[in-house]
Write a protein that binds this ligand. Sequence first.
Ligand code: SF4
Ligand code: SF4
Length: 77
Amino acid sequence: MAGPAKALPAIDPERCTGCGRCVGACPPHVLWLEAPDPRGWGPKHAVLHDAPGCTGCAKCWVVCPFDAIAMLRPPGP
Ligand code: SF4
Ligand code: SF4
């Protein structure tokens, strides 16, 4: 393991359209599309589901056409 990622994606639900490009671009598949309602209603948004699995590669940030992702430093020790 390479250790914790230097930056994690923060997805702005106001800007995210749920297009899914980041989900397809993420090599370790730690991004999912999720509806805010448990029954699956409502607009889906990308969610970082497995933060420890994120490598911080920023591929999601690169492919997002709507500028909805910010790469942020995780809270450090
Ligand atoms: S930074 Fe890389 S590993 Fe992390 S969620 Fe984005 S594409 Fe996936
Ligand atoms: S690529 Fe951007 S707009 Fe599309 S689902 Fe991911 S965060 Fe949302």
